[in-house]
Ligand binder design. Sequence first.
Ligand SMILES: NC(=O)c1ccc[n+]([C@@H]2O[C@H](COP(=O)([O-])OP(=O)(O)OC[C@H]3O[C@@H](n4cnc5c(N)ncnc54)[C@H](O)[C@@H]3O)[C@@H](O)[C@H]2O)c1
Length: 373
Amino acid sequence: MTQTKENVGDQLTKIRVGVIGLGFGGESALKSFRQLPDVEIVALAGLEEDRLAYLGKMYEVPHLYREYQDLLARDDLDAVSIGVPNHLHSPIAIAALQRGLHVLCEKPLARSAEEAEAIVQAAVEANRVLQVVFNHRERGDVQTLKRYINEGKLGRIYYARAYWMRRNGIPGAGSWFVSKAKSGGGPLIDLGVHVLDMVLYLLGEPEVVTVSASTYDELISSGRGVDKEATKSGVNHSQDVEDLATAFIRLANGTTLLLETSWATNSSYGDDYGVILYGSEGGAEIKVKNYSTRDTLRIYTDVAGAPSEIAVQNPKSEFHLAVIRQFVEHIRSGNWSLYTGDEGLRRARIIDACYASAQQGREVLFAPSSERE
Ligand SMILES: NC(=O)c1ccc[n+]([C@@H]2O[C@H](COP(=O)([O-])OP(=O)(O)OC[C@H]3O[C@@H](n4cnc5c(N)ncnc54)[C@H](O)[C@@H]3O)[C@@H](O)[C@H]2O)c1
């Protein structure tokens, strides 16, 4: 379908989407698109025959394909959602954008900043929406804390910690996740990108100045720490990614950010993530254990000179649904040039800098965005 800003109001009353990928990423998209009015899931693609048939039936998708190329060859789609191994994000996203489709891409946008830049460039050239799925920022606790920060209640936030740590959470022995060529990296690019997104969003997107990171492979190569429940696609891939990464990141506003991520540790963690912020007027802690959405946000401040703790009551979390609702709204807005995936690119650049720092064993300078134009 040929879309221009002028005909968007008429032609995009109903948005026709194709979903690529049958794992968690793909099914989360199916579930969310299904809940939105005037959105039709026309096609679904993925390699696992049984699961393709099962999901097709469950979500009433009329056209099923094994390969993504066959789905993209349709001429009746407005948008696609990409939930496939990371090495396929850039070829699929660029091909879709060049066919005039709006693109929703699972995190991370790509394996590297270079790939992410090419996708963003394709979105700009095609004048189509590119949105990256950062679903954890759509937690109710994050949204509540964001409003609280915007009200100035924490004062100047000068120290931040963002972490995602697991005891035994390597996603599938031999799956694409553990292959650097397919994934781009281990927990840093997989889990770290989520909490990096959460914390940068909460801090109001400050510029990064320097990055000093270390990565470790102490458990993964010996086969310890695998999540035996994880059913991720791909087999027999060599395990050549880190199992733990930590980074000390200086921000242009003087704030320090400490980032910690791991798929496997000899530790008290289960599958825990969060963000901790210390400000001149108050502090905040979001601590999520095993994906809980209850009792996760605490605010620390002084009340009439007495140190006090506020437990915020479970605000509603929407995760993928909120992201996908925004994606559809952005398409309907017609202002496509405003949504070109730049947050995904910014996170990819920081992750690249972390891997470069770890490899070189020293702090690296981060080029400000004004010098990259
Ligand atoms: N936002 C989140 O919370 C979240 C959670 C999990 C995964 N993800 C992201 O989603 C993406 C997929 O992860 P997953 O856990 O669903 O992986 P997965 O291995 O469970 O599923 C990947 C899917 O891609 C399909 N695929 C591979 N090659 C294909 C091809 N040529 N044509 C069509 N389909 C093809 C596979 O058949 C499979 O169905 C990754 O980028 C991952 O980072 C995001």
